[in-house]
Design a protein around this ligand. Sequence first.
Ligand SMILES: NC(=O)c1ccc[n+]([C@@H]2O[C@H](COP(=O)([O-])OP(=O)(O)OC[C@H]3O[C@@H](n4cnc5c(N)ncnc54)[C@H](O)[C@@H]3O)[C@@H](O)[C@H]2O)c1
Length: 351
Amino acid sequence: MTKKIEKIKIGLLGAGWIGQHHGNNIIKNQYAELTAIADTDKTKMQNFQKKTGSSASIYEDYQVMLKRDDIDAVVIATPNFLHSEQAIASADAGKHIYLEKPMAINLEDSRKIAKKIQKAGVMSAMGYHRRFNPLVQYAKQLQDQGKLGEMVMVESDYIHHIPADWDIWEWAGQKNTGGHPIHGGGGHNIDLLRYFCGEVEEVSCYKDIRMPRKIQIDTEDIAIINLLFKNKTVGRVAVFLGPIIPFTFTLRLFGTKGTVDNNRVWLDSIPLFYEPGHEDDCILLPHSWIPDNVQGGVSETWSKCMDTFIDDIRLDRKPFNDVISGFNTASICSAAVESAIENKIVKPESL
Ligand SMILES: NC(=O)c1ccc[n+]([C@@H]2O[C@H](COP(=O)([O-])OP(=O)(O)OC[C@H]3O[C@@H](n4cnc5c(N)ncnc54)[C@H](O)[C@@H]3O)[C@@H](O)[C@H]2O)c1
């Protein structure tokens, strides 16, 4: 007789743009059940139910949903300023937590979340889905096999037009509701560079507000962040919201034995790669592997990130990239903000 597979019962907080993608990915996972949805906008939840045929219970007050003992885990996909309150309440209720980035709108709240999750002993995952991108996984394999050698210099850019008339500006553009784009957008890049290079010793940053928009951002829309990793790798992240270009996410890793330049890879074993006429003698990965999928609709990497969270709970594994790791990304982002404001080099560990 086949053993009955236990399903992880999940409650979704926030049925907005990304919440609906997460809801769909939970429904598709054979080991999970979308048991409940909480959103202050009832129509959004009802529309999602109609679209998907989901019979998840709906709640306008997430606190009522958290009282259900049969819910094992929650996915928090609400505006940034709510993450802290909702993650802490979820950990208090003993739920495992998938938390969308940024962790919170300031480092103090991020620290409170990390401490609470650690104390509650619940499983957690950060929504840094780009770690699951095929290019990133390919590069990680090369690194683990020693084919890139020692990492020397790494770069990653987050360049996102975000049209000025999108609803998201109502909360995303302001410090007290959206936090800093250095964390909201650049956190993705910093998380990825940490995946390859480990933790960061020092940060310096220049930031400004340059692009015109109806509801003006009060933090920054352009930032150049320099990183010195503990392993002596130097790094650079650019965050730019609003330029006239489709969403662009780049990744360049320079090691002593090999280079990953987005979807082109050079290794020292490729003959004459440095000679004129041999510029294309590289390993050419599919262009679609470049992690630029924010505007491309449902992303495979979101579902892989969710599937991994579900498997981490089900199989009681060490979490792949938990909220405690997310706190290190949050500290680096806060160090960048402080560096730009104070015009000095900042050590994330000092914050
Ligand atoms: N990982 C990624 O690539 C990625 C991409 C986009 C957004 N995000 C993150 O996901 C979060 C949501 O972003 P979005 O673009 O889906 O925003 P959104 O505005 O489309 O959705 C937010 C939803 O939260 C609901 N909400 C507001 N207050 C609530 C409350 N008190 N309780 C329950 N629900 C409430 C809103 O009604 C809305 O449906 C943000 O933190 C954002 O940074 C992550």
